[in-house]
Design a protein around this ligand. Sequence first.
Ligand SMILES: C[S@@+](CC[C@H](N)C(=O)[O-])C[C@H]1O[C@@H](n2cnc3c(N)ncnc32)[C@H](O)[C@@H]1O
Length: 257
Amino acid sequence: MSDETKRTVRTQFGRQASWYAASAVHRQSASLAVLLRLSAPFPEARALDIATGTGFTGLALAPQCRQVVGVDLTAGMVREARRLAANRGVPNFLLCLGDAEALPFPDRIFDIVTCRHAAHHFPDFPRALAEMGRVAKIGGRVVLDDTCAPENPALARLMNEWELRRDPSHVANRPPSELVALLDQSGLRVDATVMTEVPLEFTDWVRRSGVAAAEAAALRASLLGAATDARSAFRIRLEGDTLRFAWDEIVLLGVKR
Ligand SMILES: C[S@@+](CC[C@H](N)C(=O)[O-])C[C@H]1O[C@@H](n2cnc3c(N)ncnc32)[C@H](O)[C@@H]1O
């Protein structure tokens, strides 16, 4: 299952790399400013951005750090991030291929470790967290930013079901309480949690992951037909013909004990 998910990640993101770099949803989320603040970069810092994609987080951190390393499973994403870093003249943002669950770095070498909008793709999330903790220095900051599920298990199941129908590389969104507990169990003291949201427009959401027309229509009907508690939790609404909704997003700061 795990290898299959990772193959799907490479297929999904391999074909998205060039337009992903231009995607406003991914570039501009309110959470990026929060992530940067909680990372507390400083001129001598060495930072690691896990599942860097086309490098939004790494490029934002680089001007305030000595060096930022971006690692990602998908070759196309790494190529695109490298091209952007060169075009923008950011020589201290280095890129490499690698798996969040088996990071190609020694223990305790990073002051800052970030991971944005990716943990829901990891088949073995506790293992990825253990890897984040392993490569962070004692006292180092691990900042995890991802969409999260509601605390209500039925709503969490529904969100994950919708996401999986849209994107076969989706594994799981978790509620905030579970994320906090998992960080703590990984030796990361949770010093801050900040909630934001990702506003979504249905047509764009399904187009990005290449959902077939019939499945997109069925998914749209499922969102529109959801019960009142789901419509309220996910802010599902029609504006004319435009279907809008939102996922909650969480940014957690874990300090390596
Ligand atoms: C939605 S993108 C997020 C990219 C970037 N962090 C951002 O904020 O724009 C998810 C990224 O996670 C990467 N990814 C998924 N599973 C991974 C894994 N096990 N190890 C490393 N990267 C992974 C994908 O290749 C993709 O580039």
